[in-house]
Design a protein around this ligand. Structure first.
Ligand code: ZN
Length: 106
């Protein structure tokens, strides 16, 4: 299984499905399932039982997306790009945009 290069807070663009072409911020990375949850994307309607205050009904919730169905969006390029890795002089491994070379991790 390939390692997920995406991290919480990254901007991604959805490639397939009903939200294709939309971008959003990653809320959660589910490493062992190769999935991510993106803010306000891939929403599903969930029926919720009324709580103690009587609130319930249908709520919208983000469903996980396959990481293969999204692409990282580079701040600088402003398009979906591939993520590469680079080892810095101090030995730290950082992610970089394969298109413009911008380092993605501070
Ligand atoms: Zn870039």
């Amino acid at each position: 299984m390939q390692k997920i290069k995406l991290k919480k807070g990254d901007a991604v663009k959805v490639l397939t499905g009903k939200d294709a072409g939309k971008t959003g911020k990653i809320l959660k990375v589910i490493g062992k399932e190769n999935k991510i949850v993106v803010e306000k994307l891939n929403l599903i309607k969930k029926h919720q039982r009324p709580d103690a205050r009587g609130k319930g009904g249908i709520v919208e919730k983000e469903a996980p997306l396959e990481t293969s169905n999204v692409m990282f969006v580079c701040n600088k390029c402003n398009v979906g790009v591939r993520i590469g890795y680079k080892i810095l002089d101090d030995g730290k491994k950082v992610r970089l945009c394969k298109k413009c070379g911008e380092i993605l991790d501070a």
